[in-house]
Design a protein around this ligand. Structure first.
Ligand code: TXA
Ligand code: MG
Length: 327
């Protein structure tokens, strides 16, 4: 399949969506891999291309508040959150309407809905005249794409890629509004503190036998290299010691650290930045770049668990399979 690279003509991308094709497009969080959320055959293709387990439901993206009501039953609580945070990096799980095929929601009677705060994404949805189902545009289990270049790995497998930029760098906050207090199923840029100004909030710990957000039971965000994360006061010394011990054994080691200049003696170093928003923006890109250089191990510097730092550590925790060490 020839993949069209689309720069400005969003209309062409919308025609592809209307015909049941797949289009990768930028949002303010990460790149999404979109298809008509109401077309079961189009949605099935997303699962095939991503090699995504069929029981992991998709987020439906809309371009207006009316669009939310077309596909979901909006209760008072959801309404309050929509008013406060849409468009933005918040996904609300609500009761689904019958118009949505079961393929989109992986047989659940709920649907996750989000209105992205991104010009290109909004335009694409509007011109397509349908909600767009879109997971992150990576292969299942891998770090999410935050740049146009990252999505090129899907070239030949999808109909089009729209050139553009993301902003936040981590996926949206997913909140279940069918229960009260509402439950955070996945942390994101909209923090518990922000939500608590409008509703009572509980944070899902993900230890129940039946995961509430189906995606939580799978390996996630993981680079091919084995990832270790260190966080705390003496982190620089610890990272250097650990990296050197692996290098002595003959392994190729990549580092993802706040300040690359402090690690000049190492060959594969990606800078995350020291501001938490920069770390969020750079994290997935750093992991993807180090993987491209075929390192055996990646050692990353963690951050304090406050504000968006909670989300950064959530992704590092999952990406490393729990290899997080506080020192
Ligand atoms: O920022 C984002 O949310 C990006 C951009 C493209 O919008 N999308 C994204 O989609 O991260 P994905 O498929 O990678 O993650 C969706 C998450 C999964 O953990 C999934 O299990 C959960 O949302 N989810 C979707 N529908 C659900 C539902 N009905 N109930 C509970 N969880 C649901
Ligand atoms: Mg994903």
């Amino acid at each position: 399949m020839k993949t069209k690279i689309i720069r400005r003509k969003i209309k062409i991308a919308a025609e592809i969506i209307k015909k049941g094709g797949l289009v990768a497009f930028p949002t303010e969080t990460v790149y999404g891999l979109g298809a008509d959320a109401l077309n079961r055959n189009a949605v099935k293709k997303i699962f095939e291309v991503k090699r995504r387990p069929l029981d992991n439901p998709l987020i439906a993206h809309v371009s207006s508040i009316d669009g939310v009501h077309e596909i979901a039953e909006v209760n008072k609580i959801a309404e309050r959150l929509i008013e406060a945070f849409f468009p933005g990096p918040l996904t609300l799980v609500m009761k689904k309407k019958r118009i949505v095929p079961k393929e989109t929601t992986a047989n659940l009677n709920t649907i996750a809905v989000r209105m992205p705060d991104h010009k290109i994404a909004l335009k694409l949805i509007e011109l397509s005249e349908t909600p767009i189902a879109a997971p992150s545009a990576n292969l299942a289990g891998k770090p999410s794409p935050t740049k146009f270049e990252h999505v090129l790995e899907l070239k030949g497998k999808i109909d089009a890629i729209i050139v553009g930029r993301t902003n936040i760098g981590l996926e949206s906050t997913v909140v279940d509004t069918t229960v009260y207090p509402v439950k955070i199923l996945r942390p994101g840029a909209i923090t518990p503190e922000m939500l608590k100004e409008f509703v009572d909030v509980e944070i899902h710990k993900g230890k129940e036998s039946k995961p509430k957000s189906p995606g939580m039971k799978y390996k996630h965000y993981s680079p091919d290299a084995e990832l270790y994360v260190f966080v705390g006061e003496g982190v620089k010394k610890k990272i250097k010691e650990f990296a050197n011990s692996l290098i002595e054994k003959g392994f190729k080691v990549g580092l993802a650290v706040s300040n690359a200049r402090e690690y000049e003696e190492f060959e594969f170093v990606e800078e995350l930045g020291s501001d938490l928003n920069d770390v969020a923006k750079n994290l997935f890109s750093a992991l993807i770049n180090l993987d491209k250089q075929n390192v055996d191990y990646i050692i990353a510097e963690g951050v304090e668990s406050e504000g968006i730092g909670i989300t950064i550590m959530n992704r590092l925790e999952k990406a490393s399979g729990g290899n997080v060490y506080r020192i």
